[in-house]
Design a protein around this ligand. Structure first.
Ligand code: IPD
Ligand code: CA
Ligand code: CA
Ligand code: CA
Length: 267
């Protein structure tokens, strides 16, 4: 196993155990608001601290980018650990048992290893660039859907940016006539892991942050899928507008996105 994947897995499991333990004791969870419809808890912060401690022990010079801590620039800026300590905080607060820990390592801008861990199901999704994606050690493959007919699509509502609500609802309406059904699970990292595992055929969301999709993107790629922005390019690293699935599903999603979304949202 890639040595950085070993550390990422150790950190994800440790944080996942902390999250699972706190899930059982809701009175110990303190939620506060970061912005409109945007919540954080003491568990998000504690999980992130545990992850960073584990990384720092092995790699004291690496740079860390975490949702709650921001960018901790290290002596070595070529290596960046991109962390979402708890993806699906709203689910966690509501005690809806679907959330994850997401950790990716980028070297000179290219993601090399990825972990998404679901502590409620003990499902560990891992990938190393060029070596495939695994779930608990078993090789993953996405679905082989040829177009959107019969597909199950995952998505996330733009709940922090409701100015996009009309455009988004319109797009979902159009896609709903082409696919079988939708899922909105509340963890973008798991949505991407589920694309890699073939549990859903495709995924799209407006305005994600790098830590939401850094690990999931490598999982999808290493399972044979594609991850792009809304015009089939790579600007999702800046815009957070993400489309994922096998190449044919991505093509079909992009064609409807192209027709329905305004220029402003297209990258
Ligand atoms: C959120 C989840 C959610 C997605 C949001 C993310 P958080 O992350 O991934 O599924 O729809 O866009 O912000 O805040 O729970 O880590
Ligand atoms: Ca958050
Ligand atoms: Ca997230
Ligand atoms: Ca988070």
């Amino acid at each position: 196993m890639h040595p950085m994947l070993t550390i990422a897995v150790r950190a994800a499991r440790k944080a996942g155990n902390l999250i699972a333990k706190n899930y059982e004791t809701p009175d110990a969870v303190e939620a506060s608001q970061k912005g409109a419809n945007d919540f954080v808890t003491n568990v998000d912060r504690d999980a992130e601290r545990q992850i960073i401690d584990i990384i720092r022990k092995s790699y004291p010079k690496h740079t860390v980018i975490g949702e709650e801590c921001g960018e901790l620039v290290g002596e070595d800026q070529d290596v960046q650990w991109v962390i979402d300590p708890l993806d699906g905080t709203a689910n966690f607060i509501k005690r809806f048992p679907h959330f994850s820990v997401s950790i990716a390592v980028r070297i000179k801008g290219r993601t090399e290893v990825a972990v998404v861990y679901d502590p409620m199901r003990n499902e560990l999704f891992t990938a190393t660039r060029g070596q495939g994606a695994q779930l608990n050690g078993y090789r993953l493959r996405g679905t082989n859907a040829k177009d959107l007919e019969g597909t199950i699509l995952a998505t996330g509502f733009p709940f922090k940016a409701k100015q996009h609500a009309p455009a988004y609802i319109n797009l979902v309406g159009k896609l709903f006539t082409q696919c079988a059904d939708f899922r909105r699970t509340g963890s973008a990292a798991l949505d991407l892991a589920y694309v890699a595992a073939g549990r859903v055929d495709g995924f799209f969301e407006i305005g994600l942050k790098p830590w939401d999709f850094a690990a999931g993107e490598l999982l999808v790629r290493e399972s044979g899928g594609l991850v792009t922005d809304f015009i089939g390019g790579h600007n999702h690293l800046n815009s957070g507008n993400v489309v994922a699935g096998n190449p044919r599903v991505v093509k079909a999603l992009l064609s409807t996105i192209r027709e329905e979304l305004s220029e402003a949202l297209k990258r």
